[in-house]
Write a protein that binds this ligand. Structure first.
Ligand SMILES: [Zn+2]
Ligand SMILES: [Zn+2]
Ligand SMILES: [Zn+2]
Length: 367
């Protein structure tokens, strides 16, 4: 037997291939958490800090300690337009052609959700009550943006650490709403629909079923078990409403998905109780990452169904309420995607998902 067997795995939702090559697999050393470096000048200029509300465009939404006036201190979470937006709310969407190329006005929304008046606290380090307010803030903005019938897709995401694209260290997430459905989503939506119309139900519900109730066994001719694969080994954490696990074909050592256990097509369907459970799950999983890997850079995003206020109930997305299951994908930046990944769309993951899940599951967090 060679020392390791690289394995090709296919992700059933995105259709993408991953090479799991665990030759270099080793348990992380739980390094001292590293803080991002920041100059005192940059810190003093931070537009998201308490008392500097006039440094941002006027706020769109806040959760406040009762009765304070807008754009002044007294807030707990605060959403403002991005100062350097990728999109803006323009009066008209105009489509143009330039030779073979298509262009449209960059209609859309680009907002920043500031997670705390304090500068030096990470999302996961905040008290549960504050993380619950942050999750509620995302929800409020998502629901509101879907009222705009020109916006087809709302994406909530967070960059943590410079290497993950965060330009300001003050804790914040971002919300982008677009007039087009992003390609990454389109292929997922189509694969999910295909799975559904084949009579196999929701592809995410099936994955949860496999994690908990399904034993994968390969038998010898005499009926004895040759290999038993415990899918449950990929579970990182679980609570009353949510499960966090490493996908079968993870692109990176610490790619973690968080799913509601019961079927829902969009984050906007969550109840306040469910959002509290989500806050608990996010805190737990992000604290495990922080502790095991020493505050690494990470990104996460929420994938919901497109805006169903405008998406037709027939055609490609006719069964979307049943076939799409919203989820969060966390990508910890411990590896760099290089030429091979970018040129082929095939990812090399040097850590077996089962090992990654075990390291995280075994990382204890006082709650
Ligand atoms: Zn700040
Ligand atoms: Zn489902
Ligand atoms: Zn997704």
């Amino acid at each position: 037997m060679p020392e390791f067997n690289p394995e090709l795995r296919k992700d059933p939702i995105s259709g993408r291939w991953v090479i799991i090559s665990s030759a270099r697999a080793q348990r992380p050393e739980a390094p001292e958490p590293r803080r991002e470096e920041e100059t005192p000048e940059a810190r003093a200029r931070c537009p998201f800090c308490y008392g500097r509300e006039d440094q941002t465009p006027p706020e769109i939404f806040t959760i406040r300690i009762n009765g304070e006036s807008a754009n002044s201190p007294g807030w707990l979470t605060r959403v403002v337009p991005n100062k350097f937006p990728a999109f803006g709310i323009f009066p008209e969407i105009s489509l143009r052609r330039v030779g073979m190329f298509q262009m449209a006005t960059g209609y859309g929304a680009h907002e920043v959700a500031i997670e705390s008046p304090e500068h030096d606290v990470y999302l996961e380090q905040q008290p549960l009550s504050q993380i619950a307010r942050i999750v509620d803030t995302w929800w409020e903005r998502h629901v509101d943006l879907e009222r705009d019938r020109k916006l087809k897709y709302v994406l909530l995401f967070k960059n943590h650490g410079k290497a993950a694209g965060a330009s300001l260290t003050h804790p914040h997430g971002q919300i982008i709403a677009t007039t087009v459905i992003p390609d990454v989503l389109k292929s997922k939506l189509l694969n999910a629909k295909e799975h559904f119309v084949n009579g196999e139900g929701c592809i995410w519900c099936r994955q949860i079923e496999q994690l908990f109730y399904y034993e994968n066994k390969i038998y010898n001719p005499d009926g004895s078990v040759l290999v038993a694969i415990q899918q449950r080994d990929r579970v990182v954490a679980e609570n009353a409403k949510f499960v966090a696990y490493i996908p079968f074909a993870a692109r990176m050592p610490y790619e973690i998905h968080i799913l509601p256990k019961l079927h829902q097509y969009s984050f906007i369907q969550t109840s306040p109780e469910e959002r509290l459970e989500l806050a608990k799950m996010l805190k737990l999983v992000l604290m495990k990452i922080y502790k095991l890997l020493g505050n690494p850079p990470y990104n996460f995003y929420i994938h919901s169904a497109p805006n169903l206020n405008i998406t037709p109930r027939t055609g490609d997305y006719g069964t979307i309420r049943e076939d799409f299951h919203w989820h969060i994908e966390i990508l910890v930046r411990t590896t760099i995607w290089a030429g091979f990944e970018q040129g082929s769309g095939i990812y090399i993951n040097p850590l077996n998902p089962t090992d990654a899940a075990r390291y995280l599951a075994e990382t204890e967090i006082d709650q």
